[in-house]
Design a protein around this ligand. Structure first.
Ligand code: ADP
Ligand code: ZN
Length: 546
């Protein structure tokens, strides 16, 4: 056995020529000339038998961080690397790519037949495999562990790579219970190095991963999350269709992805784009497998195709020249937003991300969390994540600073987001916010049927609109009726949106009836300044940017 491996100095001449170094493997197997960013350091560390926690944004090149060490260590006689991944669809792709490059690789998951599994296990026992991908539930099965035990004494168990490591954390956006069991690998194979990798982890999730996977003494590699070539823009929704079509004008002939929250919306929006002469294809889980893969291929292989999709689309998409990502609905949280927008500009050339959002999104997201039957702890985490996302969309300072700070990274105003390029003017809504809250209090305590008093209703009251329902409830007699005629309905919507975003107001029940929360005190007393951006027509802004 050639252990420990060394790549510095003359030692390596004693080994099997230079083609066993990580750099040689990079060139020979993957066809790349140089490592990117921290890859070199990570790969040296892991190849040398060190454990590691790797946080690297999507597209940063995480796979090589375990594939190269796996190949080098297998060649050195140290045995197989087990890659734990929850993404069954990706395993097949990765294994195909590796096999094509001449690396012995295989996967074990529920998609294999019994005979298929047995064949893989035979290759595993024979020590033939450099890399074996396996789903977490498989890796933690006693039967499988028993096979690994035997490998330790025979052909070797070289390395564990735990991909998508955030799945081990409740704080992560994709918790999977089977991941918790992976902690047993530390006890059962104390001498086998482990590398955990993820693209998305805020500070809390990071600590969780390290603790739960027992990686306290592993070296941490945290790559920057900044994607400087991506421009971030968030606009308020006035009318989504013309806003989207207008945005697309500056992306004629370019490839992009438009994300929507529902299948139905995907179909509708595809229609909008086709009507505007944009070559668009739908993608969602309701389409049959054939249509989906055809649409995905057409997108991947051609220039200038726009995919309109639910978040079902994107995993395993490796198209470098995606020029824009548009969100027509709020993503679930910043992790999702970052991951989805991160599919733009992988080639390093300028790319644009654009999102419209409105009050309805905020109300709906809050309600989805409130009405979920999950435990209070889960709800608390989801609320916290939504708050962070809302802070990002509502901010009038640099979006990149806000985004990176979520991932624990400090930065300076970027000059490449809407707020940097076109600093919004703000107005002081502190007084308006107090009026809005007063209206909610008056209505709740002022009799009438306690239904359907959502923000739209309160806006009618504030601007003094004697609508049928206002008269029926005799709410035109409230002291707060008409106290907000100085502002437009649009401005009032912005006030309510901020109050809901801040968690000061809560939309309850089927009709989104508004109520004050415990957080309302400081706003009601005028102690918490509320600054809102001046409403600028989106047309003007997008033209100025070109
Ligand atoms: P991640 O898993 O971090 O999202 P991948 O491992 O899928 O990223 O890598 C993203 C893309 O970058 C892939 O196409 C990969 O082949 C490519 N890549 C990774 N490392 C390098 C490198 N050193 N040189 C050139 N291309 C690379
Ligand atoms: Zn900026």
């Amino acid at each position: 056995m050639l252990y420990p491996l060394s790549y510095e100095g003359q030692d390596q001449k004693l080994y099997r020529a230079t083609d066993d170094t990580p750099r040689a493997v990079l060139r020979e197997v993957f066809g790349y000339e140089a490592f990117r960013g921290e890859q070199a350091e990570i790969i040296d560390h892991v190849t040398g038998g060190g454990s590691a926690f790797v946080l690297m944004p999507t597209g940063g090149g995480k796979s090589l961080c375990y594939q190269v060490p796996a190949i080098v260590r297998h060649r050195a006689g140290l045995g197989v690397t087990i890659v734990v991944s929850p993404l069954i669809a990706l395993m097949q792709d990765q294994v195909n790519a590796l096999e094509t490059a001449g690396v012995h690789a295989a996967f074990l998951n529920s998609s294999l037949s019994r005979t298929g599994s047995q064949q893989v296990e035979t290759r595993l026992r024979a020590g033939e495999l450099s890399i074996l991908y396996a789903a977490p539930e498989r890796v933690t099965q006693e039967g499988f562990l028993y096979q690994l035990d035997r490998l330790v004494d025979t052909s070797g168990l070289s390395l564990f790579a735990i991909d998508e490591a955030h799945c081990v954390s409740h704080w992560g956006h994709d918790f999977r219970a089977e991941y918790l069991k992976l902690a047993l690998l530390a006890d059962r194979y104390p001498t086998v190095p482990r590398v955990a990798l993820t693209a998305t982890a805020d500070e809390q999730t990071r600590e969780d991963i390290v603790e739960r996977l027992r990686l306290e003494s592993a070296r941490r590699f945290i790559a920057s999350f900044d994607r400087p070539n991506i421009r971030y823009t968030v606009v308020e929704r006035t009318k989504a269709q013309p806003q989207l079509v207008d945005f697309m004008k500056s992306h004629r002939g370019e490839a992009g992805i438009v994300y929507c929250s529902t299948r139905k919306k995907v179909e509708t929006v595809t229609g909008w784009l086709l009507a505007a002469g944009v070559p668009a294809l739908p993608y969602h889980a309701g389409l049959d497998q054939h249509t989906r893969s055809v649409n995905q291929d057409v997108f991947a292989l051609n220039d200038g195709i726009v995919i309109v999709a639910t978040i079902a689309f994107g995993m395993g998409i490796d198209k470098a020249e995606v020029r824009f990502i548009a969100h027509l609905d709020l993503p679930k949280n910043i992790e999702s937003y970052y991951q989805e927008t991160g599919r733009a500009g992988r080639d390093g050339l300028p790319a644009e991300t654009w999102m419209v959002y409105g009050l309805g999104d905020v109300v709906q997201q809050r309600r989805l969390i409130a009405e979920n039957t999950a435990q209070a702890e889960w709800k608390r985490i989801q609320r916290h994540k939504l708050d962070a996302l809302l802070a990002l969309v509502e901010t009038h300072t640099c979006r990149r600073v806000e985004l990176l700070s979520y991932f624990g990274e400090e930065s300076k105003p970027c000059g490449n987001c809407d707020n940097c390029l076109d600093p919004p003017t703000t107005w002081d809504a502190t007084e308006a916010a107090r009026k809005a809250l007063s209206s909610v209090i008056r209505v709740r305590h002022g009799g009438g049927r306690a239904v359907a008093y959502g923000f739209a209703y309160h806006i009618e009251l504030l601007v003094g609109k004697r609508s049928e329902r206002v008269i029926a409830n005799r709410h035109d007699e409230l002291s707060t009726f008409g106290i907000g005629t100085d502002l437009s309905e649009e401005q009032w919507r912005a006030v309510f949106r901020r109050l809901i975003a801040l968690g000061v107001l809560e939309a309850q029940g089927e009709y989104g009836t508004l109520a004050l929360t415990d957080e309302a005190g400081p706003v009601l007393r005028g102690e918490q300044p509320i600054l809102l951006r001046e409403v600028t027509p989106s047309r003007k802004r997008s033209r100025r940017r070109r």
